[in-house]
Ligand binder design. Structure first.
Ligand code: NAD
Ligand code: UDP
Length: 321
């Protein structure tokens, strides 16, 4: 499965490999791949992969994917593209950079894949469904996205990235895989990246009130990182299905439910405070994972309470650093 055409270990490039999900993917791939991790350290951190690069399990290259790259002299079998800011706070802080990463960056990586005849994996997002009018969201749903709103640099950037990926398949016969990732959490999230799980845990551990936006009735489903990485690798390595596949936890929680769980699991005395709901914040989000069950034999195994306990433990130890 992980042998290259020449018979040695497959070489995998992980773009965005120093980020939250990318670093967990690198941890997984080094067991049976040569791994080249590419990152510009915009939201990623060298420390996330330092344990791999120092043992020479992985080659770490600083590069912004908005610029072309050739990796001449390498034989690349797999390219995973996770390079993009993912938290609303980060992707909205420099929206043009977000668009460039998701459009020009994806074009550059697809050219790299074409040059090496490598299989290409695109980390897409539930945000392609926008503020969905269908519930739960199936892959066949085309979405409800505000094309000129504050989230559109990311939503439309990722939608355009999917377009480019499937045009490369149509026009150049490139092998492609795409997963649409729903909210995922776990160790190595940045303490200050503004996402709800990290915000609530950091606030609860510090004894500060938890900042619920709106009434807290909006919903999300929360997938633990190890489950997601398993689904990503299964998607890349299965041979039959190249259309986009949802990966996420099919259990829906309100944001207030999540806040109360975090307070309970941390034993914090924090209370909830209520603030303004961000513009275009999706009201309900829940994946239909029938395709992932059928084609990848995948579904999440880690219940929210277990995943939150592991994440809280990590933030207590390392996450505030
Ligand atoms: P992250 O911000 O931790 O990781 C993104 C990584 O990409 C960082 O290491 C960052 O430095 C790097 N990067 C950004 N722009 C780059 C550029 N131009 N060139 C090179 N590197 C660049 O976020 P994450 O949560 O690990 O998300 C990884 C991917 O998964 C993203 O593409 C994101 O859109 C997607 N995703 C994540 C979630 C989630 O819940 N975590 C949900 C949906 C989609
Ligand atoms: N949210 C919140 N308090 C916070 C951070 C986020 O209530 O401190 C809400 C946010 O408005 C959204 C949900 O939690 O409804 C998930 O937000 P996140 O930024 O994690 O991801 P999104 O799914 O919006 O991309």
């Amino acid at each position: 499965m992980t042998e290259s055409a020449a018979g040695g270990l497959k070489t995998a490039v992980v773009c965005g490999g120093a980020g939250f999900l990318g670093s967990h993917l690198c941890d997984r791939l080094v067991a049976d791949h040569r791994v080249i991790c590419i990152d510009n350290f915009h939201t990623g951190r060298r420390r996330n992969v330092a344990h791999l690069s120092s043992r020479e399990c992985l080659v770490l290259l600083e590069h912004d994917i908005v610029e072309p790259l050739s990796l001449a002299g390498e034989n690349i079998d797999r390219i995973y593209n996770l390079a993009s800011p993912a938290s609303p706070v980060h992707y909205q802080s420099d929206p043009l950079r977000t668009v460039k990463t998701n459009v020009l960056g994806v074009l550059n990586l697809l050219e790299l894949a074409r040059h090496h005849n490598a299989r290409f994996f695109q980390a897409s997002t539930s945000e392609v469904y926008g503020d969905p009018l269908e519930h739960p969201q199936r892959e066949s749903y085309w979405g409800n996205v505000n094309p000129v709103g504050v989230r559109s640099c990311y939503d439309e950037g990722k939608r355009c990235a999917e377009t480019i990926v499937y045009d490369y398949r149509r026009q150049h016969d490139l092998e492609v895989r795409t997963v649409r990732i729903f909210n995922t959490y776990g160790p190595r999230m940045l303490a200050d990246d503004g996402r709800v799980v990290s915000n609530f845990i950091v606030q609860a551990l510090a004894g500060r009130d938890l900042t619920v936006y709106g009434q807290g009735t909006q919903t999300r489903s929360f997938c633990y990182v190890s489950d997601l990485i398993e689904g990503m690798v299964r998607c890349m390595e299965q041979e039959e299905f190249s259309e986009p596949i949802n990966l996420g936890n099919p259990i829906e929680f309100t944001v207030s439910d999540l806040a109360r769980q975090v307070i309970r699991l941390t034993g914090s005395a924090s209370k909830l405070t209520y603030g303004a709901l961000p513009e275009d914040d999706p009201k309900r989000r829940l994946p239909d994972i029938t395709l992932a069950q059928r084609h990848l034999n995948w579904e999440p195994a880690v219940p929210l309470e277990d995943g939150l306990c592991r994440t809280v433990a990590w933030f207590r130890e390392a996450g505030q650093a």
